[in-house]
Design a protein around this ligand. Structure first.
Ligand SMILES: Nc1ncnc2c1ncn2[C@@H]1O[C@H](COP(=O)(O)OP(=O)(O)OP(=O)(O)O)[C@@H](O)[C@H]1O
Length: 305
């Protein structure tokens, strides 16, 4: 478990992370989202003791990362996949990591096989593609068989097979009861991978909720109704207009915002309106995320409406 209390980081006049209170629980994948510059990497760096907080605390199972006797066996992390010695082979890189962290060297071949690099163990890291570098970084995170795993943009540079592999790996690590904390800008991928989402903007917490709740909270979730009779169509439209946030007519269907499908169905029944279709059209995570972070985008582009 990761616990943040009042976690704050200031760089001169910039507050990169602003009083974050958060618990990241084991047994599930927690997605960490936010626009560029929101403070995700800085938060992860503070959890790993690579940056010291200006205020507050970041604890792993009740202690700061650095206070754990063999931290690599407690927390594994992929922060910057490019941070490799270019002339070292994948195997040498992991052997050096294992030796300096009291991890048996036999584990190196295990993790190379888990990440699918067992056929290129002798190749130097400098000759690696971006995707191979990511896999090696993930191997490093798994080396100490830790209970807590953190990945900063793990699918960066991976092909579709690699993206699916990372998704399945994260899900299986969480299913084993580990804490999995992963940042990403790929919303469609997060929708498939994460159970819980933490969204930050300008260093502050915007949301901490189950993926389904984040999506359900979006005003873009609508109910669409198809009514074959024109008169009944108008009756239901006028009745819904009195209580919905908005009612649109799209391709001869009523599209209702702010009234659940159950209520729309009950109203139609009361008014004797015959329906041919009644369907909830959920927002995607991407739409829900855009809505949540609209005020926190630091480097936004003005969109003409
Ligand atoms: N070493 C540093 N010195 C000064 N400012 C920094 C430093 N590191 C980060 N920042 C600033 O802190 C803020 C948060 O940056 P951070 O990299 O944590 O965001 P992020 O959410 O990881 O962004 P991205 O999605 O672009 O990776 C930014 O405004 C950034 O410019």
């Amino acid at each position: 478990m990761i616990t943040l209390e009042g976690l704050t980081k200031r760089y001169g006049g910039t507050t990169a992370v602003d009083s974050l209170d958060l618990t990241i629980s084991p047994g599930r994948v927690t997605g960490f989202l936010g626009p560029n510059g929101a403070g995700k990497s800085t938060t992860m760096r503070m959890i790993l003791g690579l940056d010291s907080p200006s205020a507050g605390t970041a604890l792993v199972d009740g202690r700061p990362y650095a206070d754990w006797p063999r931290p690599l066996t407690k927390v594994g992390a992929l922060l910057d996949a490019k941070a490799l010695h270019p002339r070292r082979s994948a195997r040498d890189h992991l052997v050096a990591m294992a030796r300096s962290n009291g991890v048996p060297v036999t584990r190196v071949d295990e993790v190379l096989s888990i990440v699918g690099l067992d056929t290129v163990t002798g190749k130097r890291a400098g000759q690696f593609s971006l995707g191979m570098g990511q896999r090696l970084g993930i191997a490093g995170a798994l080396l100490g068989d830790p209970e807590v795993l953190m990945f900063d943009e793990p699918v960066n540079g991976l092909d579709p097979d690699g993206v699916r592999w990372v998704r399945e790996l994260m899900r299986s690590l969480a299913a084993e009861g580990r804490t999995v904390f992963v940042s990403s800008h790929l919303m469609s991928e997060m929708q498939l991978t994460a159970d819980q989402l933490v969204v930050i903007g300008r260093g502050r917490l915007i949301a901490d909720a189950a993926v389904g709740d984040v999506i359900a909270g979006s005003s873009r979730t609508t109910v669409a109704v198809r009514i074959p009779d024109r008169t009944q169509f108008a009756v239901l439209r006028d009745r819904l207009a009195a209580e919905a946030e908005r009612v649109d007519v799209v391709q001869e269907r009523l599209v209702v915002t702010g009234v659940p499908a159950e209520r729309v169905g009950d109203l139609a029944y009361e008014l004797g309106v015959r329906l041919h279709e009644l369907v909830t059209e959920r927002a995607s995570l991407e739409e829900a995320y855009m809505e949540l972070t609209a005020d926190s985008v630091e480097y936004g582009v003005a969109v003409a409406s």
